[in-house]
Design a protein around this ligand. Structure first.
Ligand SMILES: Nc1ncnc2c1ncn2[C@@H]1O[C@H](COP(=O)(O)OP(=O)(O)OP(=O)(O)O)[C@@H](O)[C@H]1O
Length: 360
């Protein structure tokens, strides 16, 4: 699968722009703020119907204009796929595939597998557990519609249960039957989601460790991902029951898969606190490449890879290492952004692949 052409109207810093892409490597170069990341984000938008950097759709419309349109022509399985994502102020965003509007935008997710590696990924290490759950859910739901549906249902029930807990407190009453209705459903859905997450991490973690060893070139550094969950080695129904008093007290559901987290460790210590900047960058890159590998094996399609500001993340030798890995037949189309065109071209020239440089 690859992107053949991209055209933008009023997308972020662009009035209008058209790009004919190379089938293999595309580099966007230019000074800070010229819109390199915006091009990559537009490609991300085509795959996920939202921005990687700014999830508030209307904020991606160019200032002083009313709408944006992103139009991408892809080739997938010898067929052309034309995807258009557009948004207008005051209206819902629209996703179209080959001229047909999606009724549910979530149906589009998974058609165009794509992975982005960006400096913004550091949120995965430094931010709260929600970013890590999103990462987990993002990979898991790409090829598992059932997982996504159950997760959406669980989250709906969670906000209803929280509202009920608040209602009890405000009205000084308690109805155990009403609470049990939620608990029963959330326990069943949560147990399924938990099982999927356990199985996923069992497969994902070894792939991640392999990539870390390759990128860091340090076989003696031991990285790991631990799954932290209330349901780990416990009966979900009992976990819910045991937490009931506390839930009533603080008017919030204190246990469940919405509290899950991933603990990232390096030589037994948290990467967030003890990893050097370089180690953190390698850790994140390995996470994303493992995501790439996982999606590829699950979907049977080689994802598009976006490397945003790669030199910000890794030194030159690690970038070369990365590009060499990407050069391998296992990788498909690649998009790179960097401020320094000579530096990028020097690295790209070393791999025997076709490429195109776009000076912005
Ligand atoms: N909705 C918008 N309307 C107009 N301009 C916008 C909008 N959103 C972002 N921009 C502009 O896009 C520019 C940033 O573009 P981008 O992040 O792609 O730069 P870049 O070339 O990747 O820069 P760097 O090298 O610093 O990473 C900024 O000047 C920002 O003001």
């Amino acid at each position: 699968m690859h992107l053949k052409s991209l055209s933008l109207v009023n997308y972020k810093s662009f009035d209008s722009a058209d790009f004919e892409m190379d089938e293999k490597i595309n580099c966007f170069v230019g000074n800070n703020g010229v819109g390199k990341t915006n091009v990559l984000d537009a490609i991300y938008h085509l795959a996920f119907a939202k921005s990687y950097f700014n999830p508030i759709t209307i904020q991606n419309i160019k200032h002083e204009t009313d709408f944006f349109v992103i139009n991408g022509k892809f080739e997938k399985d010898d067929r052309e796929e034309n995807v258009v994502i557009s948004a207008k102020r005051g209206n819902k965003r629209i996703a179209k595939r080959n001229g047909k509007v999606y009724e549910k935008i979530s149906d589009h997710i998974g058609l165009l597998p794509l992975v982005i590696i960006s400096p913004a990924d550091r949120d995965l290490i430094i931010e709260g557990s929600e970013t890590r759950r999103k990462f987990l859910d993002g990979v898991l739901s790409l090829d598992n519609q059932k997982y996504l549906e159950r997760l959406i249902n669980y989250n709906k029930l969670l906000s209803q249960r929280n509202a009920l807990l608040k209602y009890f407190a405000a009205n000084r009453k308690f109805d155990s039957d009403a609470l049990a209705v939620y608990d029963e459903q959330m326990v069943a859905l949560g147990a399924y989601i938990h099982k999927c997450r356990v199985e996923f991490l069992e497969r994902f973690t070894p792939i991640f460790k392999d990539f870390y060893a390759k990128i860091s070139r340090k076989a003696d550094e031991k990285v790991d991902i631990y799954y932290k969950s209330d349901f780990l080695d416990a009966d979900p129904a009992t976990v819910f029951k045991d937490a009931q008093q506390k839930d009533l007290q603080i008017q919030y559901s204190t246990v469940g898969i919405h509290k899950d987290d991933l603990l990232f460790s390096l030589d037994g210590y948290p990467v967030k606190k003890y990893g050097s900047q370089g180690q953190q960058k390698s850790f994140l890159t390995a996470l994303k490449l493992a995501q790439f590998e996982f999606i590829k094996s699950e979907s049977g399609t080689v994802p598009i890879l976006l490397l945003d500001d790669i030199f910000d993340k890794l030194d030159e030798s690690r970038v070369s290492q990365l590009i060499e890995m990407v050069n391998d037949e296992q990788f498909g189309q690649l998009f790179i952004s960097d401020t320094n065109s000579e530096r990028t071209e020097a690295v790209i020239k070393n791999v025997n692949q076709s490429y195109k440089m776009f000076e912005l």
